[in-house]
Ligand binder design. Structure first.
Ligand code: NDP
Length: 299
């Protein structure tokens, strides 16, 4: 019999919700010796037949291995789980979703307890774990040394992207991408609301919408270049003055269709605000300049 365990890094996983359980299964299937703990013990016991070593207490699970992965609900549950647990010499990988500030505070907290730390943000759902073809991956930031030591193990459930030694940056990347996603969802929702009640099937708008959003994807790179150069006017084909004028058509059409424009007005208002601030200076810009109005100062 081949013992696949001999070459694979042993690790501990705390938290066996939907995501934690998916992670556990990929490490077990890949032959990693895995110690698990979950607040509700039944979820941990369910993994014993698959080879997991089940710990009765979080402290015991942590004591069992050097590499400790956390996949709990939120930062408060990390605090509750690890309060008083000896973390000396441990490598903590926090897959729990949190804010950049929580990531930084948790890193300082871990360091004060003698542990190395990386924070992470999972870009995927449980069904994308252990399924590389789905494109799911995880952002990591914090201790580069920890990441380099455990990269191979961390890449078992999903691709790993290290985004720097600031422990807040994994969460910031995660939140930036998710925030963009909701903006996209808002626009898509508004488009479908406009055709509701008309003789246009959602299924017939769907491919047109996908194709159009794909074509408009150029804005991502274009905005990045303009934010770097601070040049908002060179090569502009659709200037702000024109876009502000045209936005009246969007709002009037929404009213005619009996649809609230609440999902699209914030961005249109921002364009108007930018133009109104200095029409002569901003009329020829694209819409990237408008985002400079968003910064309010940190909380
Ligand atoms: P679940 O709600 O399925 O599981 C939550 C886990 O946290 C359970 O193990 C739960 O234990 C534990 N928990 C909650 N509160 C406490 C507490 N006070 N003390 C100890 N343990 C606690 O969530 P997921 O597994 O889906 O998500 C886990 C993390 O992964 C979250 O941070 C989430 O944002 C992130 N994530 C999830 C994604 C998803 O699609 N599911 C996608 C990307 C990130 P118990 O079983 O006892 O309730």
């Amino acid at each position: 019999m081949t013992d696949t365990h001999t070459t694979k890094t042993p690790l501990t996983l705390l938290g066996l919700g939907a995501m934690g359980t998916a992670l556990a299964r990929t490490w077990l299937a890949a032959g990693h010796p895995l110690t698990v703990w979950n607040r509700t013990a039944a979820k941990a016991a369910a993994l014993a037949p698959e080879g997991a070593l089940v710990a009765a207490e979080a402290a015991g699970a942590v004591a069992g291995n050097d590499l400790i992965v956390l996949c709990l609900l939120d930062d408060k549950s990390v605090e509750a789980t690890l309060d008083g647990v000896d973390l000396t010499g441990k490598d903590l990988v926090n897959l729990t979703t949190g804010t950049p500030a929580e990531g930084r505070a948790r890193a300082a907290w871990a360091e004060a307890r003698g542990a190395r730390f990386v924070d992470a943000g999972i870009m995927g759902t449980p069904s994308m774990i252990g399924a590389p073809e789905t494109g799911g991956y995880v952002f990591y930031s914090g201790s580069r040394a920890l990441f380099d030591t455990h990269r191979v193990t961390l890449e078992v459930p999903a691709g790993a992207r290290f985004v720097g030694e600031d422990p807040g940056h994994a969460a910031l990347h995660d939140v930036a991408l998710l925030s963009a996603m909701y903006g996209l969802f808002a626009g898509i929702s508004h488009a479908y609301a406009l055709i509701e009640g008309e003789d246009i099937a959602p299924a017939s708008l769907s491919p047109l919408l996908s194709e159009w959003l794909g074509a408009m994807g150029f804005f991502v790179g274009n905005a990045a270049e303009r934010l770097t150069s601070r040049d908002f006017t060179s090569g502009v084909e659709s200037n702000l003055a024109m876009q502000v004028a045209a936005s009246a058509t969007l709002l009037t059409t929404a009213a005619e269709q009996g649809v609230s424009a609440e999902l699209i007005t914030p961005y249109l208002d921002l364009m108007r605000e930018r133009l109104a601030a200095d029409p002569a200076a901003h009329a020829g810009e694209d819409t990237t300049g408008a985002l400079t109005l968003l910064r309010r100062g940190a909380a």
